[in-house]
Design a protein around this ligand. Sequence first.
Ligand SMILES: CC(C)(COP(=O)(O)OP(=O)(O)OC[C@H]1O[C@@H](n2cnc3c(N)ncnc32)[C@H](O)[C@@H]1OP(=O)(O)O)[C@@H](O)C(=O)NCCC(=O)NCCS
Length: 179
Amino acid sequence: MTLEFRAAQIADATSIAALHAGSWLVPRDEYSPGPILDERKAVWHERLSAPPANQFVVVAEEDRRFAAFVCAYGADDSRWGTLLDNLHVRSAWQGRGLGRSLMARAADWCIAKYPESGLYLSVLEQNKRARAFYERLGATDGGGETWVPPGFIDAPSRRYAWERYQVAMIRGLAGDGTD
Ligand SMILES: CC(C)(COP(=O)(O)OP(=O)(O)OC[C@H]1O[C@@H](n2cnc3c(N)ncnc32)[C@H](O)[C@@H]1OP(=O)(O)O)[C@@H](O)C(=O)NCCC(=O)NCCS
């Protein structure tokens, strides 16, 4: 089994959109996948064909099969710093360290390119697994907020954050990012 991490390309837009939409739909069995998938495809096509200068998107593949991706925006917020916008691992690959490896890569990029920035993200309050994952990597629960992803009417969420001086801790807690 060969695990590979590489910068996302435009050809990855459909795989990324399908995984992204699928993750959102898991807690919402009744929601039709069509509109949300189309919306995500358009978003990812745009993001990867005309990437903003502060965009970071890395995909993980095992034996050339798409397994996971991470997306971040450098120095996105004057208080909280770099936004970890997306981190998704396909279900068959979950619990095998891919999330940690991608977090390690995002932290390395953040430290190299935006050393004055912390790192932050929003996660749905009901997503206990992801919250435990971020806590395991040293994030501080910064409290409740309201986030409205497409297809959700009311989505209570939490903000998790690492201050600038804590970003290096992610790398330490995530391991060397090559497992
Ligand atoms: C959350 C997610 C990114 C984690 O990625 P992953 O590859 O499954 O996680 P890893 O295998 O790297 O686990 C890293 C650590 O997280 C913790 N963790 C993972 N799953 C956990 C769970 N169910 N409960 C508690 N801790 C958990 C473990 O402590 C693990 O550390 P360990 O290896 O020392 O035990 C992944 O499960 C996922 O994509 N979920 C669906 C999409 C999603 O919710 N994304 C986040 C949106 S904000």
